[in-house]
Design a protein around this ligand. Structure first.
Ligand code: ADP
Ligand code: ADP
Length: 228
């Protein structure tokens, strides 16, 4: 579960990105986070991953209290959270296989286990046949699927996707959505920050709208709600 109470975030330059945010997300939910640029969506997701600390308020991720958490516990938190970015962030000189394996090597997973896991997740994103390719040899959608495979290799309880379809054409975006839904069906919580109106309106999920650092709308099967 993700729980935030009275969360404020003011950056060192004085910009207040979150202005008293309260939210509770149960394990296994699929949540779209929408809102205009600069509303605080990225800050919201960065707090969950402990990339940023709140200036005020409490954040609990499962049994971890993020405000009180010691720095040395951050790796343990991050092992339970996968992150997917709009621009994929793959390592260009590594193959698909190596990009995914790398995520497991850094946490010192056993080599035999790494092999099985990498092939399992590549199968999940339907890229087993491209394990030896490098990112440049793949389409945008395929690169995003590699980045999803990397994010779930560790079997995280939470997957954060920050505009995962932002660089993709509509058809490829549906493919990515389909894969995210399959991951969600295995019990993984999905938080997806997005500007993709077609996706949000067609694949109905909980919608949290953030504006000026507060939640202005939270609907169980909401729509996108903006004209952009
Ligand atoms: P969104 O993801 O909805 O576009 P952000 O969370 O990125 O919103 O940004 C919210 C506000 O915080 C914006 O005004 C942005 O300029 C500011 N901001 C974001 N990150 C930083 C940072 N590292 N330092 C200072 N200001 C920041
Ligand atoms: P899209 O237009 O959907 O982004 P592309 O035209 O880039 O897709 O790629 C179509 C297919 O060709 C993909 O399966 C991709 O993996 C493969 N492909 C693209 N570029 C290369 C390359 N340089 N070497 C090998 N395969 C490639």
């Amino acid at each position: 579960m993700i729980e935030m109470q009275g969360v404020y975030k003011t950056y060192p330059n004085g910009v207040t990105a979150l202005n008293g945010l309260d939210v509770r997300i149960q394990q296994g939910e699929f949540v779209y986070v929408v809102g205009p640029s600069g509303a605080g969506k990225s800050t919201f997701t960065k707090l969950i991953f402990r990339e940023e600390k709140p200036s005020k308020g409490s954040i609990h991720i499962n049994d971890l209290d993020l405000a009180a958490m010691k720095e040395r516990r951050i790796p343990k938190l991050r092992r339970n959270i996968g992150v997917v970015y709009q621009d994929f962030r793959l390592l260009p000189r590594l193959t698909v296989y190596e990009n995914v394996a790398f995520a497991l090597e850094v946490i010192e997973e056993r080599p035999a286990e790494i092999k099985t896991r990498v092939m399992d997740v590549l199968e999940q994103v339907r890229l087993k046949n491209k394990a030896r390719f490098i990112p440049d040899e793949l389409s945008g959608g395929e690169q995003q699927r590699v980045s999803i495979a990397r994010a779930i290799a560790n079997r995280p309880r939470i997957l954060i996707a920050d505009e995962p379809t932002g660089n993709l054409d509509p058809e490829t975006s549906w493919e990515i959505m389909h894969i995210l839904e399959e991951i969600n069906q295995t019990g993984t919580t999905i938080l997806m920050a997005t500007h993709n109106r077609e996706v949000v309106n067609r694949v109905r999920k909980r919608v949290i709208a953030i504006e000026d650092g507060v939640i202005v709308r939270d609907e169980r099967r909401g729509d996108y709600g903006y004209e952009d």
